[in-house]
Design a protein around this ligand. Structure first.
Ligand code: C2E
Ligand code: MG
Ligand code: MG
Length: 427
């Protein structure tokens, strides 16, 4: 278990470890752990719940580290650790995995299960150059980048490294948007009662040839940072609406779900842009669902509510994506004009083996129904899970069991084949 220090003692210890006479045979790492979710908990469950969660994370962190490591609390939402004398980078990677696993375990608070979403920034020193404040600043900058990553961990990159990789990607993304190198894949959404494909989620794909696929959440992040989010969103919305029109003209009455980022929600021209695409491609607004993550909806309460109401007034459907990973309060959920809840796959994937997750899924389904919403389970990979979800009265499923996301043509073939093959219709 790591030593728990005050911040001042931690700083002294770091200064000591960074003296040249400590040698260069081992690696030292400074880690900043951000616990922003604690502030959300304060709002949803009260300060005492926030305090308890923050204390629990500190305790878990200390337990996950070695006796020679140190931990200090900077604030309720920020912890720092010093891992000294690591034999290699490999040891650091293992330590980070151990820390992340410990911190992400659910916490039980006042009858609620909370899934912590920590972000970890890492700065590493082998040659012990620089001073404690520089290393701490680097770890803090990395932590900010980690907040946007699904794995929740980021290493500090020197300014030169960061700039060159983002400039390369920025230029490449700009070209990709202009030259139509981006694609949208479609993943079926299936009605659990009838087995009929009701719609599809549009998922962004960018194949950079030998450089491989770029993950869609990363594309969105690069676009947000480099001012390309507007043209990118315009392209995604327009293309997905156009494809929806093609589906209907091909005789397939399908709904298309489009993912909208938190930043998109703050763009005042987005509703008009979508309205224009609907007119252009002759698509009825109730054939389009906009998916927003729970945290995007909880962000900036007043302005996001305004945009959501605007979309709703246009006749579009609204879904809360990745439900269960954010911190919506009941009151907020009741006030949002939502049509659909999508249960995050973290609960669904192991619901047959982890009883707690099954209970959570069950209560999310009941909650959605109590609020007159459709409920979709994401990440359904096995028939057993689908059957259990059907017993729990879940409305729809999405996941590899039915199909991976497919290019438009293959998706259309899939829907046609499924509608003519009764044997398939009930999976
Ligand atoms: P999401 O909206 O929650 O999308 C579901 C993700 O789960 C997709 O990952 C999908 O391929 C994956 N998935 C579906 N079924 C299964 C399953 O059975 N098992 C597993 N392991 N995974 C499954 P993908 O396509 O990599 O997208 C990741 C995230 O990127 C999306 O999460 C969404 O937040 C974002 N994203 C994708 N396309 C767009 C877009 O056009 N705009 C915006 N703003 N975000 C997008
Ligand atoms: Mg989605
Ligand atoms: Mg999701």
């Amino acid at each position: 278990m790591a030593q728990l220090l005050t911040y001042a003692a931690f700083h002294d210890r770091l200064r000591h470890e960074m003296q040249p006479e400590q040698g260069t045979l081992s690696v030292i790492a400074v880690i900043v752990v951000n616990l922003d979710f604690v502030s959300h908990l304060d709002g949803a469950l009260g300060y005492r719940a926030g305090d308890a969660a923050s204390g629990e994370q500190m305790h878990r962190l200390a337990l996950a580290l070695r006796d020679s490591d140190a931990v200090a609390e900077v604030s309720r939402t920020e912890l720092v650790c010093l891992l000294s004398h690591l034999p290699s980078h490999g040891h650091l990677t293992l330590a980070l995995q151990r820390i992340m696993r410990a911190l992400r375990e659910p916490i039980s608070l006042a009858g609620h299960e909370v899934l912590p979403t920590p972000a970890i920034g890492v700065a590493v020193r082998k040659d012990r150059d620089g001073d404690p404040d520089t290393v701490l600043r680097e770890a803090n900058l990395a932590m900010r980048a980690a907040r946007d990553k699904s794995e929740g961990i980021a290493y500090f990159e020197s300014a030169a490294e960061a700039e060159s990789s983002s400039i390369d990607l920025h230029a490449a993304l700009h070209k990709a948007i202009q030259e139509n190198e981006l694609e949208i894949f479609y993943q079926p959404l299936v009605d659990l009662k009838t087995g009929v494909v009701r719609g599809a989620e549009a998922l962004l794909r960018w194949n950079r040839g030998p450089a491989g696929f770029v993950r869609p959440d990363r594309i969105v992040l690069i676009a947000e940072r480099t001012g390309l989010i507007e043209p990118l969103t315009e392209w995604i919305c327009n293309t997905a609406v156009r494809h929806c029109g093609m589906m209907w003209r091909a005789g397939l009455q399908l709904n298309v779900s489009i993912n909208i980022s938190a930043q998109n929600l703050r763009e005042p021209q987005l509703p008009e842009l979508i309205a224009r695409s609907l007119r252009l491609w002759g698509v009825s607004p109730d054939n389009i669902t906009l998916e927003l993550t729970e945290s995007a909806m909880m962000d900036q309460a007043a302005s996001s509510l305004q945009s959501l109401t605007r979309f709703k007034d246009m006749g579009l459907l609204l879904a809360m994506d990745d439900f269960g990973t954010g911190y919506s309060s009941m009151a907020r959920l009741k006030d949002l004009p939502l049509d659909e809840l999508k249960i995050d796959m973290r609960f669904v994937r192991d619901m047959l083996t982890v009883e707690r997750n099954e209970k959570l899924v069950r209560s999310m389904i009941d909650l959605a129904h109590a609020l007159d919403m459709f409920v979709v389970a994401e990440g359904v990979e096995t028939q057993d899970i689908a059957s259990r979800l059907r017993d729990l009265a879940c409305d729809m499923i999405q996941g590899y069991l039915v199909s991976r996301p497919l290019p438009l043509e293959l998706f259309l073939d899939f829907v046609r084949a499924r509608s003519t093959s009764p044997a398939n219709a009930k999976s």
